[in-house]
Design a protein around this ligand. Structure first.
Ligand SMILES: Cc1cc2nc3c(=O)[nH]c(=O)nc-3n(C[C@H](O)[C@H](O)[C@H](O)COP(=O)(O)O)c2cc1C
Length: 448
């Protein structure tokens, strides 16, 4: 499980770029300080239009710098409160390398683009290339800028390289428009700092428990991961994830559906993205916000979803089938709205295609993970389902258990693998369940 690391004693380099939200950064520095972090600051020239160096100096004991060539940046520090002068030299190297975490808040579209393309034309962008530490970005910008294909491509490239993101949030923006683009709240940013520092650590620990053969392959790198994975166990893998509840049309206005919100599938897509995978998300009807930075397509009915999954799996490594797919569909669909009738209506239903069975028949070697939603004797039914469908892993859950209802942010899941091993994860946030499943998928894919 990802452990949230305390910020006590953590050296945080805070980069501030030129968005309106920069005015909130003195409060952010104070909040990080309250959590025990030692904060030093680099702000861009544009950021200085929104927040002053003096304001930042009054809340941090570390240096507050802007220019690559300013006198203080050319010295040897100390770069963090309590640290000795740097053996690594000037700020653009020493400060960047001595940080445990580089947080950029707010991050402009410009700064995202520069980092994605390796540009280094000021102190902050140079430090971002020089650091080997965890990088966390808190983007903030107008909704049209955030949705621009160039920005989204840059974000996807950075995520694939292991850069962490927090936000942006949905809501009213400084320019009056409404949409995705607000900087995440200070509380969320501080929490994300702890998560980002903890994620790097727990990925290493989880993968450290691999079987001997896999560890031997990594031996040249000691206890760390090979550089190619960069702490991202799903890097280079393509994972297909399904989410939401399918809708089977009765007539043009009525459907048979279920109460799935899509949250479990979205959590899996998000975590797979953060673990370095290329994610193909296929959604039926959902009622939760979809994650950014993943390729998404829609499939309304069980048949549409079956076709979409078969296609997406062609060159993918694994499928995680979190969508709630209808088992039945009306035998006949009326082309016109069926009129109310005093005598009621008998609907004839036929079975829908079993997607996992179809995928297994088509791709005998691919890694398949299914969910079994059962309301009684769930473990027995789950085990039978795993065997019947030839799944590598099944996540068994019961929506009637306390805390596990549809739409909840938590779930109580038990995993059963192909060797029959049963692992009860207990009641946890869906993000943690998603991560647990994905780390097991990563291990299994590495063994093959
Ligand atoms: C009033 C004002 C507000 C701005 N707010 C943002 C913003 O929230 N996000 C953003 O990406 N750019 C914003 N910009 C544009 C950036 O300041 C501009 O792209 C600048 O080149 C960013 O430089 P930097 O990334 O080096 O800080 C704003 C510009 C102005 C004039």
């Amino acid at each position: 499980m990802t452990e949230r690391r305390s910020l006590s004693g953590a050296r945080v380099l805070l980069g501030i770029t030129g968005g309106i939200a920069a005015y909130k950064t003195p409060e952010l520095v104070r909040s990080l300080g309250r959590e025990g972090a030692r904060v030093s600051v680099i702000l861009t020239k544009s950021a200085r239009r929104f927040v002053t160096k003096d304001a930042l100096r009054s809340v941090t004991h570390g240096p507050v710098l802007t220019d690559l060539f300013e006198r203080d940046a050319l010295g040897t520090g100390p770069w963090f409160e309590g640290a000795p002068p740097s053996s690594l030299g000037m700020a653009h190297i020493g400060l960047a390398r001595e940080a445990d975490l580089v947080l950029v808040a707010p991050t402009t579209a410009n700064a995202i683009g520069k980092l994605a393309h390796g540009l280094a034309d000021d102190l902050l962008s140079t430090a971002l290339l020089a650091t080997r530490s965890t990088v966390l970005l808190a983007p903030a910008m107008n909704v049209a800028m955030w949705e621009h294909a160039a920005v989204q491509e840059n974000v996807a490239a950075l995520r694939a390289r292991g850069v962490h993101f927090v936000g942006p949030d949905d809501g009213e923006l400084a320019d009056g428009e409404v949409g995705m683009g607000r900087m995440a709240t200070i509380e969320a940013i501080v929490a994300a700092c702890g998560n980002a520092l903890g994620a790097a650590k727990s990925n290493l620990q989880e993968l450290g428990s691999r079987p001997r053969s896999a560890r031997a392959a990594e031996a040249p790198y000691g206890s760390t991961l090979p550089p190619s994975t960069n702490g991202l166990p799903l890097r280079g893998r393509t994972i297909v994830v399904t989410a939401g509840g399918t809708e089977e049309p009765i007539d043009p206005v009525r459907v048979i559906t279920n109460r799935s919100s899509g949250k479990m599938g979205f959590a899996i897509a998000e975590q797979a993205r953060d673990l370095g995978a290329t994610v193909r998300l296929i959604t039926a009807r959902t009622s939760a916000p979809a994650p950014a930075g993943v390729e998404r397509s829609e499939a309304a009915t069980a048949t549409d979803m079956s076709d979409a999954v078969i296609k997406a799996m062609k060159d993918a490594d694994a499928l995680i089938m979190a969508a709630a797919v209808s088992d039945f569909t009306p035998a006949k669909k009326s082309g016109k709205k069926m009129p109310r009738s005093g005598s009621g209506l008998a609907l004839e239903l036929k079975a829908t295609p079993d997607i996992l069975m179809r995928v297994r028949a088509r791709y005998p070697k691919k890694h398949l993970v299914g969910f079994a939603l059962e309301t009684e004797d769930e473990l027995r039914h789950g085990k039978e389902k795993r065997k019947k469908k030839g799944l590598d892993l099944i996540a068994v859950n019961n929506p009637l258990k306390p805390g596990s209802a549809f739409g909840s942010d938590q779930n109580d899941v038990t995993l059963v693998d192909a060797a029959g091993r049963v692992e009860a994860l207990g009641l946890r946030p869906k993000t943690e369940i998603a991560r647990a499943i994905l780390l097991r998928v990563a291990k299994a894919l590495d063994k093959n």
